[in-house]
Design a protein around this ligand. Sequence first.
Ligand code: E4P
Length: 215
Amino acid sequence: MELFLDTASVTEIKSMWDLGILDGVTTNPSLVAKEGRTFDSVLREICALGIPSVSAEVTATDTDGMLREGRRLRAMHPSIYVKVPMIPAGLRATKILAKEGTRVNMTLVFSAPQALLAAKVGATYVSPFIGRLDDQGQDGMELIREIVTIYRNYRVPTKILVASVRHPMHVVDAAKIGADIATMPLAVMEKLVQHPLTDLGLARFLKDWEKVPKG
Ligand code: E4P
């Protein structure tokens, strides 16, 4: 499974990119707003790191506006995937952008029918938001199971990008189900690395190593 970082912070991205475990980055307007910098400067800096997949979201809500923004974003860098919201105007825009060869990440997906439609219009990624479903008392992971089953039934090439991930078990469960990608905040990705028994074990090894005669 590919692991993406859900952030617009270049510092955060660099820290995971250096570990060699990062396959891509997703941003959204709220994440970009936290950085206090222009969208373009943030995007250019992220792409310059060599990240192969960088999702950048349009903010227009009409098809023409989405097409204008999508084409501009795509022209900025070959690694950019254009994020388009799952609304009727977004479906129209995705169909056109996909035909032009732009890779679209259909976002704000909360149901299996929406995921079916994202595939139909040629989205490269579909982004179901599982944490936000959990937050309102629904089982977000059940949606991932449904989408994996539907896409397998019809050999759909659209990749399932599990979004709104809140903790490591979301990542593990998504991997067990067979989702293609999970995008997560830095805090969750850091937790994937850590285990207290690893730290305890290392401390014990190093302590015992002091007893080994040197020279
Ligand atoms: C990623 O593409 C989404 O924008 C993001 O995962 C949403 O996460 P949130 O529900 O924590 O805001």
